[in-house]
Ligand binder design. Structure first.
Ligand SMILES: [Ca+2]
Length: 225
């Protein structure tokens, strides 16, 4: 019984400490997979697989390091400071919701706890853009062990006007809001992204931590025999 408790305690301690110290994950996204809303002879429609450098997402990712959480969006090309271009990343964790946007040289973001009795906020994350990357740095609010991560970029010919020509890239592509609907000519709207996997993250961190913790616990247990 004592050995069993030591074994269990070692696992719990290692899993807990490893998850608190750091974790990371990402959604990779292909090139030339941008959705394009075209307007031709008075009718509109969507095509997938368009090329639109600078809003074509390459990767969205998160990294937790102690009390700091960093969200990142990378594009093929360079981040644009344009009134017609809008970038967004959202990350839901077990206890909180984090997001940032980048539009016309301005970064905005918020983290807000969602667990019962929460009420924790980070109103002032640091949002910066350089080269192909936008980075948002937040205070960690509570448990970050479960993640739903996605990002998008929109480019409009007239900001916010979705009846005109515009472009959108989503990572994972399954978040594109019009997927599965049909164009005016009846063709289904489908994207250039690979079919949605559903998970969209880099798997395995928790599993690897658990395997490492169990291995160490077994070593401790054997040494005590
Ligand atoms: Ca892309």
């Amino acid at each position: 019984m004592k050995k069993y408790l030591i074994f269990l305690g070692a696992i719990m301690l290692l899993v807990f400490s490893a998850n608190v110290v750091n974790a990371e994950g990402s959604v990779d996204d292909g090139a030339d997979d941008v959705f394009h809303h075209y307007v031709s002879a008075g009718t509109g429609g969507w095509e997938g697989s368009a090329t639109r450098t600078n809003i074509d997402i390459k990767e969205v990712s998160y990294a937790v390091d102690g009390a700091q959480l960093t969200l990142t969006l990378k594009v093929y090309g360079n981040i644009q400071n344009s009134e017609n271009i809008y970038y967004w990343v959202s990350y839901n964790s077990t206890d909180a919701y984090y997001w940032f946007s980048w539009h016309d040289s301005n970064g905005t973001g918020l983290a807000m706890s969602t667990d019962v009795g929460g009420g924790l906020f980070d109103y002032n994350p640091t949002i910066t853009a350089s080269g192909d990357t936008i980075e948002g740095v937040f205070n960690v609010l509570g448990d970050t062990s479960n993640q739903v991560l996605y990002g998008y970029a929109h480019e409009y010919s007239e900001y916010g006007d979705t009846t005109k020509e515009w472009w959108a890239d989503y990572a994972p592509g399954s978040y594109f809001p019009f997927i599965g609907l049909v164009n005016e000519d009846g063709t289904p709207i489908s994207g250039g992204d690979t079919p949605p996997s559903g998970s969209g993250g880099t798997p395995g961190f928790e599993l690897l931590t658990l395997v490492a913790a169990i291995t160490i616990a077994i070593i401790i247990l054997r040494k005590r025999k």
